[in-house]
Design a protein around this ligand. Sequence first.
Ligand code: AMP
Ligand code: MG
Length: 495
Amino acid sequence: MTDQIIDVNFNFDNSYARSLEGFYILSQGEKAPAPALVKLNRPLAQSLGLKLDDLEEDEVANIFSGSIPPKGATPLAQVYAGHQFGQFNPQLGDGRALLLGEVIDLVGQRYDIHLKGSGKTPFSRGGDGKAVLGPVLREYIIGEAMHALNIPTTRALAVVTTGEKVLRDKMLPGAVLARIAASHLRVGTFQFFAARNETDKVKQLADYTIQRHFPELKTSEEPYLGLLCAVRDKQASLLAQWLLVGFVHGVMNTDNMTISGETIDYGPCAFIDRYDSAAVFSSIDRQGRYAYGNQPAIAQWNLARLAEALLALISPNSEEVLRLANEVINLFSEQYQQLWLKGMRAKLGLTTIEKNDLALVNELYDSMEGQNVDFTQLFRGLSDTLNDNTDAVRRLFDNPDIFDHWFVSWSERLARDPIGFEERKTLMNAVNPLYIPRNHIVEEALQAAENDSNFEPFEKLMEVLAKPFEKREGLEQYEKPAPDEFGPYKTFCGT
Ligand code: AMP
Ligand code: MG
């Protein structure tokens, strides 16, 4: 334990600690033997108003490893529960993480500053409270890639290595990720108190959530039903965006689903390369519960768990409350579908709406199934076909005739869409990324950092992913899927 603090001028305002006693345990990070800053997201730090240039580098490393808190922080471990692969666990919580506090950024937005891997907390259960460099950098890479793709996400602020080795399948360098989030309120946070029948606490949490994320509901006659609708809306939009870029989260447990609608907890996640609606990367997801195409249904299932946790607040009439909650949850599928279709229209360069658009999109998906088509290259490549350059896209299909067939339908549809060729191409290229975090390239970057302390491939990759839509010379290798010898990709949890 330390009573040291680092004198900083961060604009902390710790509403969670202040308003939600009983929802956390004050805690301290473990003192790292030799904290070293290996990555700082400077633009993000600046936008948060964190004046890190006034600090020595070792002070920054001490803050973001959790070794010494900055002035104004109230480090705490949040409690939550969660359904993990469908099984309810009533007692989870930050087992290796700390909420340092909330800062108000330069435009008045509130963000949690959160550390992952900062040591044991009262919620560590059997775990060691640590994180290791590879997975920490992975979260950095994928989270920042999502941000650049305009998808709501927590964001990485810094990576610090702790100077100790941590036992996983072998000894690996320990590290801490500092990240920011609109909040760390999860579906599982509500479940924790609902499962204990602490309705007053659920209400306190819901009121806090409304105040923080959905202040427009404060004057609503049905604020808690409104809260459920608001979270559904956010999640429907998020899931549509995930599927539109081929993202697989990998572990959509209810404790990994935010109320704010940000993507959180990048563990065994990955982007698909060849299109497969059943794609699963996580080594522990043997049933395919969190497969690529299953994610919207899982989000809806998770929302139903949130609804259960809120029932007592929505109405005292048990029949009416089920009807109301079901109505809200049932709308998810259609809402998701509409948002996804809207996104698909944009990906296909369609600026008008026709009733057969869904059929056109479905026809494309049917044609991709089993064809080993690289999802990202296909959509990006479609804009090249506008000036009759169809070869590259055709070659993505095992059987190019299948593409030709769909291409005729799409071309007919485009002929009825009013905009010109240049404009369409620009619109399409603004939503179909050229660069995504390719699994083999991510692995290369992590291996170099972990094995050789070589951060160059990581830095280069971050530079590429910062502008996913903008073609740049010399980056061709970042466009391509993994070579065959890379084999099927597997990711791991518990990292
Ligand atoms: P995750 O699968 O990373 O979302 O984590 C699920 C739960 O396990 C959370 O409550 C984590 O805090 C906890 N946890 C994961 N890894 C560790 C660890 N190494 N030590 C302690 N708790 C952990
Ligand atoms: Mg988690």
